[in-house]
Write a protein that binds this ligand. Structure first.
Ligand code: ADP
Length: 315
């Protein structure tokens, strides 16, 4: 079947990054050179991470984004293809690909320089709007220009394609975007940024406050608001119901990509027709798996693992 007429796919619109990690005894101070160990290369970017999470959770995924014309570009495409993700709508933007250089000290501190590269140049004229209109769901984040996200969401909404938005990294969002979002997935920081208030209330320890935030997001125009609270679970509100879904009890090793694992799995399960509460339960299992292992994409679980967790009782 041609990818162009793939009407049961999730279109993920977002960033693709290469992460280069070097371990150093101490982080360098300005002007200093420190000698590190061998570098390790990882595939990242919230867009690519969530695409991989959704594909491993069982969804048919097509990636929409941009890479540069450097030596990383073919690797970024190949990494997604290896997960069964369609990359025909990943554009080439002359220049560098998205890159993060990360120094991690033996004391566990890190220093990160991000070059948005092609992600920053992914303007809306590079969007494959037809791929959005012919997909069954749109999943987006905010590591690409906001205007591109806005165009993608408008195209999806106009074609009745449900929209899942994870507004990360946190920033304020215009109401016209929120109005077209069917499922908004926010952590505490992202919720505070949208509500334009400081994150002074600890939502994780106050379920009622978290539920209140979910209701407020609905008042701003969002269909279903999902507030993730790390190990404290999820508060959510839709037009028909609301509630609180506990997290799975696991030993946290590295929380990187917990949110990405959650979002990808949530989209995959919603697309299968699951009710919100059930999709959140499924996504909680995926998020919990991601925290039990180191790394971003490397830590994301597959369908078999998610289902194995689901058969164990949450806390
Ligand atoms: P983000 O990674 O975006 O900051 P959260 O920390 O809220 O988002 O994590 C997203 C989801 O991942 C949570 O809703 C939960 O399902 C899961 N999760 C995160 N941390 C833990 C943890 N320590 N134990 C179990 N599940 C977790």
């Amino acid at each position: 079947m041609s990818d162009r007429i793939n009407r049961n796919a999730i279109a993920v619109v977002g960033s693709l990054n290469i992460d280069l990690v070097v371990r150093v005894p101490e982080l360098p101070v300005p002007g200093e050179t420190v000698l590190g160990g061998d570098y390790a290369q990882f595939f990242g970017g919230k867009g690519a991470n969530q695409a991989v999470a959704a594909a491993r959770a069982g969804a048919n995924v097509r990636m929409l984004g941009a890479v540069g014309d450097d030596s990383f570009a073919p690797q970024l495409r190949a990494a997604l293809q290896a997960e069964g993700i369609a990359v025909e709508a990943v554009r080439t933007s002359p220049g560098s690909s998205g890159l993060a250089t990360i120094a991690v000290s033996d004391r566990g501190q890190n220093q990160i320089v991000v070059s948005a590269g092609a992600n920053g140049r992914y303007a809306s004229d590079l969007l494959d709007l037809e791929a959005i209109r012919t997909s069954a769901m749109l999943l987006a984040q905010l590591e690409i220009p906001l205007e591109t996200v806005q165009t993608a969401i408008s195209a999806a909404a106009a074609a009745n394609v449900p929209v899942v938005l994870n507004p990360a990294p946190a920033r304020r969002l215009p109401d016209e975007i929120l109005f077209s979002v069917d499922y908004l997935v926010v952590n505490e920081l992202e919720a505070a940024a949208i509500a334009e208030r400081s994150p002074e209330i600890d939502l994780a320890s106050d379920r009622a406050a978290a539920l209140d935030v979910a209701r407020q997001l609905r008042e701003r125009g969002v269909g279903t608001a999902i507030v993730t609270l790390g190990s404290a679970g999820v508060a959510w509100a839709s037009d028909r119901a609301e509630g609180y879904e506990p997290a799975f009890s696991v030993k946290a090793v590295d929380t990187t990509a917990a949110g990405d694992g959650f979002c990808g799995a949530l989209a995959a399960r919603l697309l299968e027709g699951a009710e919100v509460r059930e999709a959140i339960h499924f996504a909680n299992a995926a998020g919990a798996i991601a925290v039990t292992r180191a790394g971003a994409q490397a830590s994301l679980g597959d369908r078999r693992e998610i289902e194995a967790s689901l058969s164990q009782p949450p806390n």
